[in-house]
Every structure is written in structure tokens, then in C-alpha cells.
Write a protein that binds this ligand. Structure first.
Ligand code: GLY
Length: 591
């Protein structure tokens, strides 16, 4: 009893401090761990692990496996991703890279015919599949950093596959957008589409209970035997047979050779907060560190939220960060990347100095034709060259953020790339395969599905990892640079880094609670196309006019991204979590 009273008293005291600090909002505060994911069933799976005594890794892995079942359009066993894992006891953070790699038979021009990139070849069907890493990555995280058994952690995913989940508006919209692609593969069509009265394939109705018994069996096998069946056993054979039959390249040797990679996290800082994010093969982490580093130099603290001057500096910084992505970034195992220089204070000061506070710099002037490796000529960017509004339904990826009661944290972003990946399912296994090969630059200077342009650094080669935008990020407390304050990440292809940057700035610069920080409207620039993208509630009319007057070409787009964030208040040690209101996820926590 005495113990209980003390506990209550300290809780009341903590709450008092918290309220006095003035950040109380509608966001629920938790004394225990908290989680945010893109699907309620994944968040529930994660919370279940925390309630069983599991740590942040158990929770994140349970969520990731569940997302593979209930969100096949964004991630899955046939995909890959990145995770940052922070161990509160040691203060160490690990960056695990379980991204897909190009098969050994891949060639630089495999998607080019008669000098032109063949539309769809790198996004739809067996030839778009890279060697998957998600299973190796999730299970390695669990084995090295988790507390619970595979059987316990995979149980929610197995149950979800067996019992099914209901088809949501999001599922339906993406299945509609990818119906033709899914319809090319009888196994994918059987699982993810339905037949209408006329016998034609279509997206299932909202509320349809979608069961995946094959996937339940596959997950049960993984729970029992670990990754071996996937990389060297019967599951590997099924993937190879299906991909080969569809004209793809993956072999048994490719799967057997697959290895995850551990990197030193990429380090940056913003307004006194240390931040750790994903280094190459993520281009996202570099953009996060560069952009926040430049903005710290350029944007005075306390500049009014959404002041056109502030948005202008932000857009100009991004324009330059994405030029560096285009020029320099690729798989660090195969490409010399001047990473230290690109993130050094001197270089960031040069970038800051190159920005005209009054006028937008035309993108075409930043990379003169022929300057880059490969000598390819930069196409003249124009608004029609890449149309972001036509493909918003198809782009996909997902993110899981967890901070547990002990301060361990995971930011995990995972993907099959496009909606429903390649639309190819390995026969009899329920494993939906990625189309991550599209994240390579199929031909220097030609934009991929996200409008991103790359050069030699990101050209296709056997065993090479395609460049990614995924940016799982941890922001640390100012007072204690080993204590995680914010875990954040998002899907959205090229817009991922800018979503992450804006959530961080909303928390750090504006002191927003995490719900507000994740919900605020977004603005994006990626150098090419030369447009400032503004989400539908992003900016007011007067701000848009002021930006146009500075020379920005504006494009209003439907909302993008699905940020998932967990915040741990350094003053109160209470956690709060937010799942993007633009989507269907949930944030949950332990009281
Ligand atoms: N496939 C999306 C990304 O990795 O950026």
C-alpha cells in the first residue's frame, strides 16, 4: 500500500509538472510504452507484446509482421526496409539495413529497350523483383534485441492471416489502382481481388474479410524454424519458381547469399537535439541531416510558423539537398559517397550561402547538363514531365515507431515499394514480392515512379542495393543526448524525408504535441520536377501568393505521407504517440 501511495504521488507530481509546462493537449499521455503504426491491428499486436513484458523491439517486430498481413499494399515478407534500434541501457543505437538487393543476373540497362525505359517493366511483374530482406531483418532484430520468443511475437500476424482483416477504404483504393497489375498474376488476383457478377476481377468491397491461409502457414513456418526456409528452403524454391516462370531473375543462390547490413547511424543535430537517422543506402537520412542543418543556420528561432520566408528557405534547402541525392548517393558498398563532406558544417554553410532569400533558384541551373558522372544530359524539367498526382494511390511503404517504458526505441520503415509491390505472389506461400528494382535509376536522368532522378551512383548492378528515401529517425533529448525524445518515420517515396523533417520541426521549433506535429499540412520540394508541392490544407492563400511572388511553381496535391511518431517527454517521462490523421493507423500506449 505504502508503495502504491508513493507511486500515485509521484504520478500526480509528474502530471503537475507536465501541466505547468504548458504542453497538455488532447494527446493522451502514457506512463508505459507507446506505439504508432499504420494499422490498428499492428498497433494492437505491438501493445500486446509490451503488455507481455516485451521491449520496443518485440513490439516493433510484432507490428511489422502484422503489417505484412493487413497492409500487403505497403509492406510484407517479400519486401525490405531499415530500422534504427536504440538500447536505453547501453545508450547505443544500431542502424539495420534489410533492404532488397539486385539479383546477380541484373544488368544496368535491363529496363531499357531501343534507348528508352520500358514503362511498367521495373514496377509490375517478376522482372521488377529484387532479393527480399524483410524476413532476415525482422527476425535478426528479434533475435539480437528482443526478449520474447518468435512464436509469441509472430502470433498476432499468424492470427490476422488466418482469421482475416476487413478491407478498408485505403486497401480498396490501392487495389483499384493496381488492379490490372494484380490481375496479371493468378495467385495475387486470387488473394487480393474478387470477381464481380460478370466474372471480372475487381478490388474487394469495403468490409470484405480478407483471409490468407497460405501466408498463415508461411508465418507459422518462420515462427518454428526462423529465416532458413525463406532463404534456403521450400519457401525459397517457391519464390524462385514463380519469379522464373514470370521472366524474373532471382535464383536460389541470390536468396542464399542475402545478408542484412549494419551501419553506423547517420548523426546530425537540430537546435541542440542530437538526431540519428539512416545513412546510405537511404538518401532520406542525408536529406534530413542536411536540411535541418542548413535551416538551423538560416531560419532564426521563433520565426512565425508558416511564414512565407520560412517556407521559402525550407524549399530552397530541399532543392539543394535533392541535387546532392541525385549526384552522389547510391549503395555505399559500391559507390564512393563523400558523406562526411556533404554533412559537414562548412558544406552546410556553403549550401545556406547559395540560397537567395528573395528568389527561388531554378532547378535546372543547379546541375548543368553533362556535369555529372555518366555525362548524361539533364532533361529540361517541366510540370508535365512527372505528374505526382497520377500515382499517389500506387506509392507505398509503412512505418512503425515504438518507445517502451524503459526508453528503448525503434523506428522501422519497411516497404514492398509500389502498392502491392510487383503484384507477384510466390505460389502456395502467400508471399507478395517487391518491385524495389524501380528504386534504381533505370536510365540516368530519367525519373522513377516517384519522380526521382538518379545518375551512375544509383545505376543497376548485380548485388547492389537500390537507393531509398526511407528515413526512420530518432531525436534525442537536449538535456540527455542518449535519451530518445522522438521516434518518427513515414511512407511517401520521395516525400518521406520532408515529412520527417516537418514533424521534427513542428515538435522542436513550435513545441507542438505529437498529434499536432504529425497532423499539420505539408510542403515538399525535391529539385525535380521544379515545383513546390503543397498538400491540400498545407498553406493559406496569402502564403501561396507570397511564394509564387518569389518564383516558386506551386502544385496543390491531395495529402501525402503517413507519419507515425512516438514522443517521450524529457521532463515528465510520459510518452505520447500519434498516427497520421490522413490515414487509417492507430497510436496506443500502456497506462
Ligand atoms: N521504395 C521506397 C523507398 O525506399 O524510398
Amino acid at each position: 500500500m505504502g508503495k502504491m501511495r508513493t507511486h500515485r504521488k509521484s504520478w500526480a507530481l509528474a502530471l503537475g509538472v507536465f501541466l505547468a509546462a504548458g504542453s497538455a493537449g488532447a494527446t493522451r499521455q502514457y506512463r508505459g510504452g507507446a506505439v504508432a503504426t499504420a494499422h490498428p491491428m499492428a498497433s494492437e499486436a505491438a501493445l500486446k507484446m509490451l503488455n507481455k513484458g516485451g521491449n520496443a523491439v518485440d513490439a516493433a517486430v510484432a507490428a511489422a509482421f502484422t503489417l505484412a498481413v493487413v497492409g500487403p499494399y505497403h509492406s510484407g515478407l517479400g519486401g525490405g526496409g531499415f530500422a534504427l534500434v536504440h538500447d536505453a541501457k547501453t545508450g547505443e543505437t544500431r542502424a539495420l539495413d534489410f533492404r532488397e538487393v539486385a539479383p546477380q543476373a541484373a544488368t544496368r540497362d535491363m529496363y531499357v529497350k531501343d534507348g528508352k525505359v520500358v514503362p511498367g517493366l521495373s514496377t509490375d511483374g517478376a522482372l521488377s523483383v529484387a532479393v527480399p530482406g524483410a524476413v532476415a531483418g525482422y527476425l535478426e532484430l528479434l533475435e539480437k534485441h528482443g526478449k520474447l520468443s518468435r512464436a509469441v511475437v509472430l502470433q498476432p500476424a499468424i492470427e490476422a492471416a488466418r482469421a482475416g482483416f476487413w478491407v478498408s477504404p485505403k486497401y480498396q483504393a490501392i487495389a483499384k489502382a493496381r488492379r490490372d497489375c494484380l490481375g496479371q498474376d493468378p495467385e495475387a488476383a486470387r488473394i487480393f481481388l474478387v470477381k464481380n457478377a460478370e466474372g471480372a476481377l475487381e478490388a474487394p468491397p469495403i468490409g470484405h474479410q480478407l483471409r490468407q491461409p497460405d501466408l498463415a502457414r508461411t508465418l507459422t513456418t518462420l515462427a518454428k524454424s526462423g529465416p532458413a526456409p525463406f532463404y534456403t528452403g521450400a519457401l525459397a524454391q517457391a519464390m524462385v519458381d514463380t519469379v522464373k516462370a514470370g521472366g524474373g531473375l532471382i535464383t536460389r543462390e541470390d536468396l542464399k547469399a542475402y545478408k542484412t547490413r549494419t551501419h553506423a547511424p547517420m548523426e546530425g543535430s537540430y537546435r541542440g537535439h542530437r538526431l540519428l537517422t539512416m545513412p546510405p543506402p537511404s538518401a532520406g537520412g542525408v536529406a534530413v541531416v542536411q536540411t535541418l542543418g542548413v535551416l538551423e543556420k538560416l531560419r532564426p528561432q521563433g520565426l512565425a510558423f508558416r511564414d512565407p520566408e520560412e517556407i521559402h528557405l525550407y524549399a530552397e534547402t530541399l532543392r539543394r539537398a535533392y541535387v546532392d541525392r541525385t549526384k552522389y548517393l547510391g549503395d555505399p558498398a559500391m559507390v564512393q559517397i563523400p558523406l562526411e563532406r556533404l554533412t559537414s558544417s562548412g558544406y552546410l554553410a556553403d549550401l545556406a550561402g547559395s540560397i537567395d532569400p528573395k528568389k527561388a533558384t531554378p532547378s535546372v541551373s543547379l546541375l548543368p547538363p553533362g556535369e555529372d558522372a555518366g555525362g548524361s544530359t539533364l532533361k529540361k524539367p517541366d510540370a508535365g514531365w512527372y505528374d505526382p498526382s497520377t500515382s499517389s494511390e500506387k506509392k507505398n511503404t509503412t512505418h512503425v515507431s515504438v518507445i517502451d517504458k524503459d526508453g528503448n526505441a525503434v523506428a522501422l520503415t519497411t516497404t514492398v515499394n509500389y502498392g502491392f509491390g510487383s503484384c507477384v505472389v510466390a505460389k502456395g506461400t502467400g508471399i507478395l514480392l517487391n518491385d524495389q528494382m524501380d528504386d534504381f535509376s533505370a536510365r540516368p536522368g530519367v525519373p522513377n515512379a516517384y519522380g526521382l532522378v538518379g545518375y551512375e551512383a544509383n545505376s543497376i548492378a548485380p548485388g547492389k542495393v537500390p537507393l531509398s528515401s526511407m528515413s526512420p529517425t530518432l531525436v534525442f533529448s537536449k538535456e540527455d543526448p542518449k535519451k530518445v525524445m522522438l521516434a518518427v518515420g513515414s511512407p511517401g517515396g520521395s516525400t518521406i524525408p520532408t515529412t520527417v523533417i516537418q514533424v521534427i520541426s513542428n515538435v522542436v521549433d513550435q513545441g507542438m504535441d505529437v498529434t499536432r506535429a504529425v497532423g499539420e499540412g505539408r510542403v515538399h520540394h525535391q529539385y525535380l520536377p521544379d515545383e513546390l508541392w503543397v498538400d491540400q490544407w498545407g498553406l493559406e492563400a496569402a502564403t501561396l501568393k507570397a511564394l509564387e511572388a518569389k518564383g516558386h511553381k506551386l502544385r496543390r496535391l491531395p495529402a501525402w505521407g503517413d507519419a507515425e511518431a512516438v514522443y517521450s517527454d524529457p521532463r515528465t517521462n510520459l510518452r505520447s504517440a500519434a498516427s497520421d490523421p490522413r490515414n487509417e493507423g492507430t497510436a496506443l500506449g500502456q497506462d
